[in-house]
Design a protein around this ligand. Structure first.
Ligand SMILES: Cc1cc2nc3c(=O)[nH]c(=O)nc-3n(C[C@H](O)[C@H](O)[C@H](O)COP(=O)(O)OP(=O)(O)OC[C@H]3O[C@@H](n4cnc5c(N)ncnc54)[C@H](O)[C@@H]3O)c2cc1C
Length: 339
């Protein structure tokens, strides 16, 4: 399958050039980072930009900078470099655990953190070749009038990135840049919650970096992933948990985030009520599970059965929280296995 033709491939050398080009080309251009998702979409004709603007040569976007209060990661840092970074693996093992579960080695060695966070929503009916897509009437996400997953006039495509829930659980912020300046946003704010236009960045804006505040030495994190093929597949559900304990082993901070359970990754706010607890109990887990289930939107648009995916929330949420808690206690060093 050939890549959809485009007119120009541009390689800005610095942020000023990048912002000028994104402003000049607006909606006619697409940012290309590692291209591991975008190139597949160009082949499948689900995206038809006239211009590709690469982030490869912009030095500022390719650095990991350790700071007194945390770490700053350029949007174009490759997942494999993130995984290999001593700073990240030492201080933010939850991010490494999630990044290691992205696709196969080849995807991680080309794919970037920014590209992972800015993934388009996916659907069994949309992410197909043009030929297969058109064997049914064109779906809503591809410009038609109906979502085939639910046979209704609302799109239900799913955000399916692995690193977003880990970064949400870690309370990360993202930097957005454009010709009009730069600003920091909570990561959650870049997701609109609308499957048709899932990322809130405006034309001309680029996600330039991620900042994660310093983690306590008594923090533990875990990422649990459900996928059809463990070796290389998008999540059909992903659960990230982060727990910080005090010296007296009392929970000081708790967060939980899900991916592949709707058009945006999301935080389960109930998890904060674990603060003050000495251990995870059924009674504490119950409202967390209730909220996770309420927020999860699951319809027939993944290969894994919808009922099974929903049932796995009940298994994976406690598993991730328990694993994170044990790591915070210093009991376990491993990672949550793929389900
Ligand atoms: C077979 C296969 C398996 C995969 N499995 C997984 C998986 O298990 N988990 C997973 O999370 N992903 C998976 N992926 C998707 C992809 O490989 C990763 O998500 C990767 O991290 C994407 O990064 P990239 O740099 O290649 O993004 P690109 O393909 O370059 O870009 C992706 C999207 O983000 C936009 N974009 C990129 N960078 C920026 C930026 N800085 N600012 C604004 N917009 C930007 C692009 O315009 C594009 O729309 C898989 C892909 C394939 C083909």
């Amino acid at each position: 399958m050939n890549v959809q033709k485009f007119d120009l491939y541009l390689e800005p050398q610095n942020l000023t050039e990048l912002y000028s080009l994104t402003a000049e080309w607006g909606s006619r251009a697409r940012i290309i980072a590692g291209g591991t998702d975008l190139l597949v979409r160009l082949k499948q004709r689900t995206c038809k930009p006239e211009v590709l603007i690469s982030l490869k040569k912009v030095k500022e976007l390719n650095e990991i900078l350790s700071k007194d209060d945390g770490v700053s990661i350029g949007a174009a840092v490759k997942l494999s470099d993130l995984i290999a970074s001593p700073v990240i693996s030492e201080d933010y093992p939850l991010l490494v655990e999630a990044a290691l579960k992205v696709g196969a080695y080849q995807h991680r060695s080309m794919g970037t953190l920014g590209g992972n966070l800015c993934l388009e929503t996916r659907c069994l009916y949309f992410n197909q070749s043009e030929f297969l897509r058109e064997s049914l009437s064109v779906c809503l996400k591809a410009g038609g009038t109906v979502c085939h997953a639910v046979n209704a006039q609302k799109c239900f495509a799913v955000y399916s990135g692995d690193t977003a829930p880990a970064l949400l659980a870690l309370g990360a912020k993202v930097r957005i840049g454009s010709l009009s300046g730069e600003r920091w946003e909570e990561l959650r704010n870049i997701y609109t919650g609308a499957a048709l236009n899932p990322i809130s960045l405006k034309d001309g804006e680029v996600l330039t970096g991620v900042f994660i505040g310093k983690e306590s030495a008594k923090a533990g994190g875990a990422y649990s992933k459900l996928a059809e093929r463990i070796s290389t597949d998008f999540p059909s559900l992903g659960v990230a948990a982060s727990i910080t304990l005090s010296d007296r082993k009392i929970c000081q901070r708790a967060s939980l985030a899900l991916t592949a359970a709707g058009p945006a990754p999301f935080l389960v706010e109930e998890a904060r009520n674990l603060v003050g607890a000495e251990q995870l109990t059924e009674a504490l887990l119950e409202p967390i599970l209730k909220e996770a289930n309420k927020l999860a939107v699951m319809v027939k648009n993944k290969t894994i059965n919808t009922g099974y995916r929903r049932a796995m929330i009940k298994k994976m949420v406690p598993a991730a929280l328990e694993m994170a808690w044990e790591k915070a206690m210093g009991i376990k060093g491993g990672c949550c296995c793929n389900e």
